[in-house]
Design a protein around this ligand. Sequence first.
Ligand SMILES: [Mn+2]
Length: 355
Amino acid sequence: MLASLLAYSRHENALMHCYLCRTTRSLRFIRRLCRSPQSLYSIAVVLTVCVRLKGPGKAKLDQLTYVSRRAERIAIVQYFGSDDELTAGFESARWILRRYVESHGYALYTFYAHNVSVDPGVSLELNAFQHHAHHWKKPFYLSQLIREGKHQWYVYVDTDIVITDPLLPLEHWIDADVNNEADLIISDDPSGICNGVFFEKASEWTLAFNELWWSERQTSKTGHDNWPFMAALLKVWANSSDYNYSGECSMSKNLDMERWANFLPCYMKILERVGHRTTHPQGCTLEYPEPCGSAKMNDPHVVAVWDLNKGIGFGGKNAWTNGSFLIHFAGRQRSERDALMLRYSRDTMKKYFSE
Ligand SMILES: [Mn+2]
């Protein structure tokens, strides 16, 4: 028993296995142990160490619920904010995502609002928000995952999304041109940046960006995390352009910026100054002539792509068409969104998963 304990404690991943005690991974781990000659001793050791290590220091991680396998290079991260997202359309979309993840060999982290905890100070602030408060956990769990150090890239995907081309791998973006040298891959758009889909590389830069994102939060307690995400991008881009930006679009400084009608022109004005949008490798449409995008070109840390976030009614090049990677039902009413998700999930299943 003692020998077994010593051997196990020397295992460099011992802590990780213990943290996984309450997950399906640990069950698999224990099952694997059961097949080993020293199974009984090993299981006893694992359980003992797990009980010992279950402390507040790991509180945030303990609260994360996820499905993952090994240390895959790429992980998809999803967050379900409410039970409204457990209906047929969302469930069908999740089924496709699971199949997608399995077939390409990615990890999948699935979080739920009620069991993701954040630091007490942050939690206090979130409780004071009137709307969308829980969405603000995004930068915190993403950073938490990055600090775990298991994967190279974390791909955040909203839950109101159906993957409509499951054959297209995420490496299509990650390994394209200079993208893998960047820390953040976002979806470009004719009018602002939607952070319903984006890729974060596990890096110090990204951890700092997530902190900056949170620091750009609103003061009126009404807001969503998307515009502060854009406000953080401006600061990053100003920094890498040596443009002396005073943060005039920040809603943390200026309450007027909480109105989209004020924020977007401010955002685009600063964008013009930090990296004028006159060209894009993929060109612009007739409907959206140059400058057509909402992201700085050639930034060392942030890459914007056009073929990532598409939807029905989305502007210009982001209009969904047959063959697009995914369809995003941003801004739709709940019931309509669920019905559409079911419809597009079924189409995708028929096309790609019929047996
Ligand atoms: Mn969405």
